[in-house]
Write a protein that binds this ligand. Sequence first.
Ligand SMILES: [Cu+2]
Length: 268
Amino acid sequence: MRDKALFFVLWLIFSAICEWLASLIGPHFYFYVASVQAQEGQNAAAFILYMAVPIFVFVVMMLLFALFRFRARDDSIQPAKSQIKINKAYVGTWLGLSLVFNLFLFVHPTASAAQAYFNESMAYNKSPKTLIVDVVARQWEWRFSYPQYGLTQTVDANGNDFLELPVNTPVKFVLNSYDYNHYYDPQIDVIHSFWIPAFGMKMDVIPGETRTEYIEPTKISSTTQNQMLRVQCAEVCGPGHPYMEANMAVVSPANFAKWVAQQKKLEA
Ligand SMILES: [Cu+2]
């Protein structure tokens, strides 16, 4: 009984210390969070970490506690005849709790985060405020067009493909692999993956398929300020794959309107 009480107290103390350490890591799973969706992803990951800490401490402490507390203190102690003893209540509780924890984590945050993203996507899709950006991936380039503004290929001052978004505005990315006939032809292009690290989402871009990704940027920044805010291909697509990236910026709505006007002049 004394051993159990000691174990329990030590478990509480070490769990508290490790939860404090986890709280230093939890909010920094992603290097840079710049969208509503990335924040949700990071919250989910941090939640699982906090849940896992007491379990991890329990398992490690079982090993260490048994090692030190029940060691043979002198050579006169003979080893027990039977080295294996099964505590059925312990095994049953362990299996039962494992099952409960795993089912719980499946419901929350896994399924609940998926549901939240689904609800946001539906709301963004309906909202007239949502900015639509058509994205075309090809070996090895990202192209952006803005059908609501009649922009067919947006570029920066050097003529490189460039993505610009207004802050706190929902964005619907319509993702296509380059396919001018709009039918599946394996000769035309390959699978890419649309990834903006700071937005915490990644989606494969498949030839012959149109996919959508919904994001709401929350921070004003740009690739030059933070490399996490860039469009990067995340699916090996040939020798140019590591360089298949595009610069981007998230700006105020007023600056976005100015940028659109500027792009219109360029395309005229
Ligand atoms: Cu690629």
